[in-house]
Ligand binder design. Structure first.
Ligand code: PRX
Length: 635
């Protein structure tokens, strides 16, 4: 079989070169040999980054769930597909076999149909990390409905913005969710959100915490009785290769969240292929990604990538700190996890609690450790490598984005020698370029610039829902004929890449992308606030935390600043979610501005990071005196 499973470095280089020299032949071979199609494609690739338009496997017909479920039934029917580990360690883990998954997805798909959902309709899924989340997602794909999963930690405002943006006809949710020893009233949040969403006709509610909730007559339905009476057979809807599979929202530096649209065939091929190689998945391995399915990591590497390979994928409901900070390692021991994929923020949080809670458990099953979501700092890398991996499980520091659909730059474990803080080499088929600010590509090694990709790969997002122009401007306008990632990177002397961080106004807090603009908008809603600016500053657990500079209106009344801080954070929590709360709030008389009135975030960022020797020339500012003042009062 061709090139599907790379086993040594020489092979990597050989396959990589082939994938670059003959990309169409390369991907055609992968698609042909490892997936089932109702009809093969007429053309492998058509693309034009100037429009931008990207089409993979045009003319092909398929259903992704037949690839993720049906085709495994003959050989893996009784194998565990999803291994559900509940929040409460005393609640029994649930092994959902491929056969059972097939039945449950079909039942769910029939319920969707019976409730008026058809191919192309948008369905919002706001469900905690319980099996219904993965099953609802696959059920949509079964009938060609476009799922829009919204992370169940988002606020009602964030939820309603996303529901309205893509006109969702249905919301799937749960009565509530468990998080450690707390419960969250999810249905209440949905009710609030739906006050401002006229597009939603039906709400299906899964029972999880058995809370007493309101059910709106004619709109809300309990899910379980509907599932119980639904047939376990549901014919998969035949989809075109380029039919949308899902929408997933990600923050931009300005404006409302961007609904990235991923389509069917290319996404399937690329997530499956990357999963197999980046994790070196072997038939009887147990794989666990700790992300939430509400993020792209969960879509691609809890649901689609693993299931397309017939893997066993762990779905964990709880938190790394419950009942104590040893929970992750407890689960690794309990389920003999072989590949473990998490975020640097989790690693840093766990490292703070020493090695005792790690050493308590038998982690000898581990073969591969993954990191994703933000740069992993050297200290965290070594802790992960030495304490968790005992120096024998390679770390794959995998760089990618919601927009890229799958892993783009990563070591292949046991193939690529790792180097702390380096994502190392481009994945097969990926052609990175580093650009200087004037738009020239920096050739050769030992260069640093803006990270672009020169050639399409199968799982690139095709558009922003309802706003193709914004897609073009955000990703294809900064550098001609290239996809611009928004990240900076350097290439070292052997060609390894290190991602240096965002070069725009997106801040990554605990692995979550946050745009500054929506947070500032939320703060500015406070009646006492005149203006605000948010920047990131280094934080030992979160990677970056948020520092807010706020100017107040001159109302004459003196306000209690501590109360104001609480009110501001409450507003942010209500509008966006607790994730976006500010760690530090400094009230200031003014914000440094250019003569054209633009807030100089660069200076504020340096002050917040205590980098006071490098402020640059402030004399050209409209109000240079304010800088001294802000420094004097900095927190
Ligand atoms: O800045 C990069 C950072 O996360 C951004 C993408 O965020 P999101 O779309 O939420 O997807 C996260 C999970 C795929 C990137 O633009 N990022 C992601 N992985 C890494 C990273 N930064 C450094 N190293 C990584 N391994």
């Amino acid at each position: 079989m061709s090139n599907y499973h790379i086993k040594h470095l020489e092979e990597y280089y050989q396959v990589y070169r082939k994938s670059i020299r003959e990309p169409e032949n390369f991907w055609e071979e992968i698609a042909e040999e490892h997936f089932i199609w109702r009809k093969k494609w007429d053309k492998v690739l058509e693309w034009d980054f100037s429009k931008p338009e990207i089409k993979w496997f045009q003319g092909a017909k398929l259903n992704i769930t037949e690839n993720c479920i049906d085709r495994h039934l003959a050989t893996r029917g009784d194998k565990t597909a999803i291994l559900f580990e509940p929040n409460n360690p005393n609640e029994k883990a649930e092994h959902i076999s491929y056969k059972k998954l097939y039945e449950r997805v079909n039942q769910f798909a029939n319920v969707l149909k019976e409730n008026g959902i058809q191919k192309g309709d948008r369905v919002c899924i706001y469900v905690p990390m319980i099996p219904e989340l993965a099953i609802a997602t696959l059920a949509c794909a079964r009938i060609g409905a476009i799922h829009s999963v919204v992370f169940a930690g988002f606020s009602s405002t964030a939820l309603s913005t996303r529901i309205n943006d893509s006109d969702c006809k249905m919301v799937i949710t749960a009565d509530g969710s468990f998080r450690g020893n707390k419960t969250i009233d999810l249905k209440g949040i949905v009710d609030d959100a739906l006050e401002s969403c006229s597009c939603v006709e039906t709400v299906l509610v899964a029972k999880r915490i058995n809370s007493d909730i309101n059910m709106k007559e004619g709109r809300d339905k309990w899910l379980q009785p509907l599932l119980d009476s639904a047939s376990k057979q549901c014919k998969a809807t035949v989809m075109d290769a380029e039919d949308p599979l899902f929408i997933l929202y990600t923050s931009g530096s300005t404006g409302k969240p961007k609904g990235m649209v991923h389509t069917t065939a290319g996404y399937m091929v690329y997530t499956a292929y990357t999963f197999k190689n980046a994790f070196q998945y072997k038939e009887n391995d147990v794989y666990w990604c700790t992300a939430d399915i509400g993020w792209i990591t969960g879509h691609s590497y809890i649901v689609y990538g693993p299931l397309a390979n017939g893997a066993t994928t762990v779905l964990f409901e709880g938190a790394p700190s419950y009942p104590d900070f040893g929970r992750f390692w407890n689960i690794v021991e309990k389920h003999k996890v072989n590949q473990f994929y998490t975020a640097p923020t989790a690693i840093r949080a766990l490292a703070k609690h020493g090695t005792e809670l790690v050493d308590k458990y038998d982690l000898s099953s581990l073969k591969v450790l993954g990191s994703v979501g933000e740069p992993i700092n050297e200290e965290a890398w070594h802790w992960y490598n030495d304490i968790v991996g005992k120096g024998k499980s390679p770390i794959i520091d995998s760089w990618w984005q919601t927009e890229t659909g799958g892993i783009m730059i990563t070591p292949i474990p046991y193939v690529t020698p790792t180097k702390p803080t380096y994502a190392t080499l481009p994945f097969i088929g990926i052609q990175p370029a580093l650009m200087d600010e004037t738009g020239n590509e920096l050739k050769g090694n030992q260069v640093e610039g803006r990270l672009c990709i020169k050639y399409p790969w199968p799982s690139i997002a095709r558009t922003i829902w309802g706003n193709h122009q914004r897609y073009k401007e955000t990703y294809f306008s900064a550098f001609e004929n290239k996809y611009f990632t928004g990240d900076g990177a350097l290439r070292d002397e052997v060609g390894y890449y290190r991602i240096t961080g965002r070069v725009d106004d997106v801040i990554i807090v605990s692995g979550h992308n946050l745009g500054t603009a929506p947070i500032e908008d939320a703060i500015n809603e406070h009646p006492a606030v005149a203006e605000s600016a948010i920047v990131g500053f280094p934080h030992d657990v979160k990677g970056s935390a948020l520092y807010g500079y706020i100017t107040l209106k001159e109302t004459g009344e003196s306000r209690n600043h501590d109360n104001l801080k609480k009110e501001v954070n409450q507003l942010i929590s209500d509008r966006i979610g607790p994730i976006a709360k500010l760690d530090k709030i400094q009230f200031t008389e003014g914000l440094p501005k250019t003569r054209s009135g633009k807030i100089m975030r660069r200076i504020l960022r340096k002050i917040a990071s205590n980098d006071l020797n490098n402020l640059g020339d402030v004399s050209t500012l409209l109000n240079p005196e304010i800088v001294e003042n802000i420094i004097k009062n900095k927190l």
